[in-house]
Ligand binder design. Structure first.
Ligand code: AMP
Ligand code: GLY
Length: 424
């Protein structure tokens, strides 16, 4: 198989690396890719949203399959466009990608099909939304922009003033553009969070091993929300019993709900869950692999990844038996000073070898470029340093030992990835 991967982050590097292990893969391309990915796949400077450009590239390279990894091209119909031109894809079409691209769609879906989630109301008028929050008088209040907002569209307002401010910036100042034309106001839930990615071809759904993201920028879950500062797998809160409940109450009902709506989902469906006192509930769906969840989940996959990807595209997932390693994994993200706000680019990274790797671990590149044989920073999240171990402790120790040897001006990382554990 010749496979073209669309995207340019740490997730895409992990996808490329895993595909590269497969004897079925004859050639790997990535667009636009990044400095680290260019060591593992041939990269082309085609924008991830450029449908015509991707089709031309896929044709020129004779790609047998295109793996569409990021949310925005999925929501914009990249899969519809390529499949109409006869090129098989891994990823949902635009209709199915709505499960991530519209919170209003996903909340209404869950309500209609009785999938457990936080109670909510939808508003297109900021005054009405504020009136509702006032009447409820319950804080924190959770306010979510309807559309895609780079993971920043959720505000947890601690009081009326913060709620007013959030509604104003999302709905009137439109800081996320049309994504903020509607908002969802929802009930605040508490409990440990779990990410579960699942392969599905619309007929069969196979959950992958669980993981835990760390979304806040600083130690102790302080500071602003980010795309994710580190991950571990498995998630120590996700017991077999919880997994069984999720399969019956959430995962399969979601696949069936999408079929009933005439939007069969094919690709990777991401369940962002909260384990509440009343059982597991859905916090969000994503229509794609998570970043940096992928960086800890795929290294544990024992079955040929290319074989799975092909089976999903051909709706033959039921034929496979997917196996996982018993090992644990951990990923620590090294970010640019200033992230998730503004940050400098083009700083030289020290501690990487000529392939952008470090001893004893796998370094997934999220925001790097390669110039004259040197790796330079080129994004907010720069590297995801990942290790496998017999235990979570061993994986974390290996990852952190490597992180200490890699640096650039202003680099920072969280020191408490994987520290939160269930009370015995
Ligand atoms: P999302 O982008 O929907 O994943 O939301 C980002 C983060 O906000 C989640 O990972 C949660 O930590 C938090 N969050 C979202 N919705 C809720 C909720 N209803 N109750 C409590 N926390 C929430
Ligand atoms: N790490 C969360 C996400 O990919 O949305």
């Amino acid at each position: 198989m010749k496979i073209l991967v669309i995207g340019s982050g740490g997730r895409e590097h992990a996808i490329v690396r895993k595909l590269k292990e497969s004897p079925l893969v004859e050639a790997l391309y990535c667009a636009p890719g990044n400095g680290g990915i260019s060591r593992d796949a041939e990269c082309f400077p085609v924008n991830a949203m450029d449908k015509e450009g991707m089709l031309a590239l896929a044709r020129e390279k004779g790609a047998d399959l295109v793996f569409v990894a990021p949310d925005d091209p999925l929501a914009a119909g990249m899969v519809d466009f390529l499949e109409a031109a006869g090129i098989p894809c891994f990823g949902p079409n635009a209709a199915a990608a709505q499960i991530e691209a519209s919170k209003v769609f996903s909340k209404d879906l869950m309500k209609q099909y009785r999938i457990p989630t936080a109670g909510y109301e939808v508003f297109s008028d900021p005054k009405a939304a504020l009136q509702y929050i006032r009447e409820q008088g319950k804080y924190p209040a959770v306010i979510k922009a309807d559309g895609l907002a780079l993971g920043k569209g959720v505000v947890i307002a601690q009081n009326e003033e913060e709620a007013k401010e959030a509604l104003h910036s999302i709905m009137e100042d439109k800081i996320f553009g049309e994504s903020g034309a509607q908002v969802v106001v929802e009930e605040f839930l508490t409990g440990p969070e779990v990410s579960v990615l699942a392969f599905t071809d619309g007929k069969t759904l196979v959950p992958m091993v669980s993981s835990m993201d760390h979304k806040r920028a600083y130690d102790g879950d302080k500071g602003p929300n980010t795309g994710g500062m580190g991950t571990i797998s498995p998630n120590p809160f996700y017991t077999e019993e919880v997994a069984k409940a999720c399969m019956e109450q959430i995962f399969l009902p979601t696949m069936e709900a999408m079929n009933a709506e005439g939007r069969p989902f094919k690709g990777c469906l991401y369940f962002g869950l909260m384990l509440t006192q009343d059982g597991p509930k859905v916090i969000e769906y994503n229509s794609r692999f998570g970043d940096p969840e992928t960086q800890v989940v795929l290294p544990r996959l024992d079955t040929d990844f290319a074989q799975i990807v092909e089976a999903v595209a051909q709706e033959r997932l039921s034929e496979l038996s997917i196996q996982w390693s018993e090992q644990a994994s951990a990923c620590v993200v090294i970010a640019s000073g200033g992230y998730p706000g503004s940050y400098p680019k083009g700083l030289e990274i020290s501690g990487l070898d000529e392939n952008g790797q470090a001893q004893g671990v796998t370094v997934y590149h999220a925001g790097t470029k390669l110039e004259d044989g040197k790796f330079l920073t080129n994004g907010g999240r720069v590297l995801g340093v990942t290790a496998l171990g017999e235990t979570l402790e061993e994986a974390l120790n290996k990852a952190y030992a490597a992180v200490e040897g890699i640096t650039f001006d202003g680099a920072f990382y969280r020191r408490d990835i994987g520290r939160r554990r269930p009370q015995p």
